[in-house]
Design a protein around this ligand. Structure first.
Ligand SMILES: Nc1ncnc2c1ncn2[C@@H]1O[C@H](COP(=O)(O)OP(=O)(O)OP(=O)(O)O)[C@@H](O)[C@H]1O
Ligand SMILES: [Mg+2]
Length: 505
């Protein structure tokens, strides 16, 4: 029996009107990878925030390396050897890697921190753990995967022995995920312990030694990974059987809704990101775009939704040339957009859930009549959506930023799907959702199609694109490598196209 490095006993945490952690017991062994699994809002991030000293528990005990921790704070937790990489990154984009590392460390007897020394230490640590990072790169210039490496390195830099990773793979490509897993295995070999939160059951089976399942704030159980399987885990977590595949009738495409002709768009670095791209989508069909992240998907979506300038080419929407029209114009014409980054474009975090539900429509009837906002209407509408989309929260008056990650995503989805859009542009729709919620959202996207919406689906999850789409295009370096019908698609060919080879015809 190996040593227990962490024990949480009878931990309780209440938010007004809601018990987020209810008598939670958790034991983590030194050197293991321990997964926390549970539905959106089950209390995983809350429990880890207590361990990291960000939240004070209302009851219970945290015992780390044999010591009961009193009055925990992040500083104390870091000092003891706890490191955390949050669900939403906390780096400062305008600063360099090394500046981010030493941020908040300028205390103690020697107030001056030598940047050069820190940079050397970063390189040294990078070598030791096989993590390549340029200490002088600005964080905004790094890819998401690189930013994550910086977050991990930051924790190691501060001497972490227990590393908490809250949904680290939600934003990673499959390749980056594999790199992360190699890194994590290396870390445990050097004696580190890892607590890992993810909703992806394949990953749970692949990377973990043991799994603790939470349901509505309570622990359901702890199991050895080798004694369980995906179906059992889904059942323990959701409390019912989950259908992991999608049922859908063949598409019945109608009139042309969107036509993209020779579109050219540049990225933030002023390089061509979308390169003479053309495709069309009809009412009642789902057109999926698969591809490795960073091949022009973000720029394409931004150009279509009026958020980025089109350099050349045309966007024709319902027979109207809407190239470079502003977002509100497009929204009023029935376009809805589920953005890739819910924090940047999907939500106003410090506004209430209720207010977020009507961001596109608050100024129109029925929410505003004769210049007066009808708060009772907004209230009723919001309550209806919360119920229908099973959004777990204590009150719709709290800032949407206080919701769990998955519940924030559900707010964006509910708001957009409810508008019965004529064109629905969705990017990574199920990022951060639990398996039950994914099943529900997939059904909703298909229902939108069956009700006549034209749907553009962009996702790095090849499986998601494959199951939902009627036709699939593969994007590589801003160009479509080919378009295939769902029934003819095979993962192998798509994979090759994602790596840049043209469709064999
Ligand atoms: N600061 C807060 N104020 C009010 N409610 C909160 C706050 N933080 C969390 N909650 C609520 O507590 C519950 C647990 O949230 P938590 O973030 O721990 O869930 P989670 O298991 O991490 O879910 P997800 O998988 O969606 O990230 C949720 O219902 C959430 O809305
Ligand atoms: Mg969470």
């Amino acid at each position: 029996m190996s040593e227990i490095i962490l024990e949480m006993k009878g931990v309780r945490k209440e938010f007004p009107g809601l018990v987020a952690n209810d008598n939670v017991n958790l034991q983590v062994k030194k050197g293991e990878i321990h997964v926390l699994l549970g539905e959106n809002g089950a209390g995983k991030s809350t429990l880890m925030n207590i361990l990291y000293g960000l939240y004070a528990a209302d009851g219970g005990e945290v015992i780390f390396k044999g010591n009961v921790i009193h009055d925990n704070t992040p500083k104390k937790a870091i000092g003891m050897g706890v490191g955390m990489v949050h669900q939403h990154f906390m780096l400062i984009p305008a600063l360099t890697v090394v500046e981010n590392m030493i941020l908040g460390m300028q205390e103690g007897p020697n107030p001056v921190i030598n940047k050069k020394e820190a940079a050397n230490k970063i390189l040294e640590l990078g070598k030791k753990f096989g993590l390549k990072v340029d200490p002088y790169a600005k964080v905004w210039q790094l890819s998401v995967g690189e930013q994550q490496r910086v977050e991990i390195l930051k924790a190691l830099f501060r001497g972490a022995e227990l590393l908490i990773l809250d949904e680290p793979t939600a934003v990673l490509t499959p390749q980056e995920t594999q790199e992360l897993f190699t890194l994590l295995r290396g870390l445990t070999k050097q004696g580190l312990t890892i607590i890992f939160i993810t909703h992806k059951l394949n990953e749970v089976m692949e990377i973990s030694d043991r799994i603790t399942i939470l349901q509505r704030g309570k622990v359901v159980g702890t199991v050895n990974t080798k004694d369980t399987n995906k179906q059992d885990l889904a059942r323990m977590m959701v409390g019912r059987d989950v259908v992991l595949s999608v049922d859908k009738a063949p598409a019945n495409p109608g009139a042309k809704v969107l036509e993209v002709k020779d579109l050219e768009v540049k990225n933030d670095k002023n390089l061509v990101a979308v390169n003479k791209l053309s495709f069309e989508i009809r009412a009642g069909e789902i057109f999926g775009i698969a591809g490795v992240d960073g091949n022009g998907q973000s720029e394409l979506v931004e150009a279509l939704t009026g958020l980025r300038v089109v350099e050349s080419g045309e966007v024709i929407y319902n027979n109207e040339n809407v190239t470079n029209k502003p977002p509100r114009y497009l929204i009023e014409k029935g376009m809805a957009h589920i953005p890739e980054d819910r924090h940047l474009r999907g939500l106003v975090l410090n506004m209430s859930v209720k207010e977020n539900m009507v961001l596109e429509d608050f100024y129109r009837e029925p929410f505003t009549v004769n210049h007066f906002m009808k708060f009772d209407k907004i209230d009723a509408y919001s309550k209806e959506l919360i119920k229908e989309y099973d959004i777990r929260l204590s009150s719709d008056d709290i800032p949407v930023g206080n919701l769990s990650g998955g519940n924030q995503q559900k707010v964006v989805l509910a708001r957009m799907l409810q508008r019965n859009p004529n064109l629905l542009i969705v990017m990574h729709p199920t990022r951060g959702l639990d398996v039950g919620a994914i099943e529900f959202i997939h059904k909703r996207i298909i229902r939108a199609r069956d009700n006549g919406s034209a749907v553009l689906l962009i996702s790095t999850e090849l499986e998601e694109v494959l199951t939902l789409s009627d036709r699939i295009g593969v994007i590589y370096e801003g160009q479509l490598m080919g378009i295939v019908n769902q029934k003819d698609a095979n993962t192998n060919e798509l994979g090759l196209m994602m790596a840049g080879s043209h469709k064999a015809s």
